[in-house]
Design a protein around this ligand. Structure first.
Ligand code: ZN
Ligand code: ZN
Length: 285
């Protein structure tokens, strides 16, 4: 039958779907029309051999998140830009000079080597991460993972990391939420990154190596000093031998005071890791 040969081209179908069912902005809840370009391609191409002029981190974040945010909310996203603290990644007030050590990192040196994040944890991103973690909008995992991968490629050579560890949730919280947001941000990196062509093997991403053994009070409910006490000795390793002499990248959604990643780092270094770096989606200032 003739009708069986009828096919709507995928691109036309996508356009029709957007017109009939426009997405809702996950920050302000307004319906909006996302731009036509396939934002997902941006991260895959970023820094690749075909790119003559790489886009700025701000432009890449804007394009990647344009699938879930309206243009008004996109304008509220703020990329982390130099000058930053060369250790903890904090954006520095002084716009003069290059990256240098912040006062806090001089007073209390961190256990990890460097911490970086693509975006500042302001209002729009706070709402987006809230939707992802607490409202079960797991469709956000793809654009957020693309963004985190873009930042990874910007700040690290893929072959400079041996092991990627998402910061774990305690089993009780994991059961309540149904997923670990930090793992969802990184689990598809080898696919999104084209298996990292300059690496001899896929990036090793370990879901259950680092475990949270203490069901602590949520860090968000505590002040700076209390956070460090609350999180002390909250983690353990399933197979300590696996971290020996490894160059490790810790992944989390938000860096607030750094107490959680600093405690994870303390454990990993005690068990023989060579060094530990940190990458989060957002950086509180
Ligand atoms: Zn909006
Ligand atoms: Zn610092």
């Amino acid at each position: 039958m003739i009708i069986s040969d009828f096919r709507i081209p995928t691109s036309t179908f996508k356009i029709l779907r957007r017109i009939v069912f426009p997405p809702k902005c996950l920050s302000c809840s307004r319906f909006f029309h996302p731009p036509d370009s396939d934002a997902g391609d941006v991260a895959r191409n970023a820094g690749g051999p075909t790119d003559s002029v790489p886009l700025s981190l701000q432009r890449q974040a804007d394009r990647l998140l344009s699938v879930c945010l309206c243009q008004a909310c996109i304008r509220g996203l703020v990329a982390v830009e130099s000058p930053i603290c060369d250790r903890c990644g904090l954006p520095l007030n002084s716009r003069q000079g290059g990256d240098h050590r912040c006062g806090e990192c001089i007073r209390e040196p961190k256990n990890y080597r460097i911490a970086r994040a693509p975006l500042i944890y302001e209002q729009i991103l706070t709402r987006l991460i809230h939707c992802f973690k607490y409202k079960g909008k797991v469709q956000l995992a793809k654009p957020l993972a693309d963004l985190l991968l873009t930042a990874f490629r910007l700040f690290w050579e893929p072959d400079s990391i041996d092991l990627v560890l998402p910061v774990p949730l305690h089993m009780k919280r994991f059961r309540g939420r149904g997923f670990n947001q930090a793992y969802l941000l990184v689990c598809n990196w080898n696919i999104l990154g084209g298996q990292f062509p300059h690496r001899p093997a896929p990036l090793q991403i370990e879901r259950n190596l680092l475990v949270r053994t203490a069901a602590t009070v949520p860090q968000s409910a505590l002040g700076r000093a209390e956070r460090a006490v609350n999180i002390k000795n909250a983690f353990e390793l399933n197979s300590p031998d696996k971290v020996k002499d490894k160059r490790i990248l810790l992944i989390d959604d938000v860096y607030t005071t750094g107490a959680t990643v600093n405690e994870c780092t303390r454990l990993l270094l005690n068990r023989g890791a060579r060094h530990v770096d940190v990458l989060t989606l957002a950086r509180a200032v």
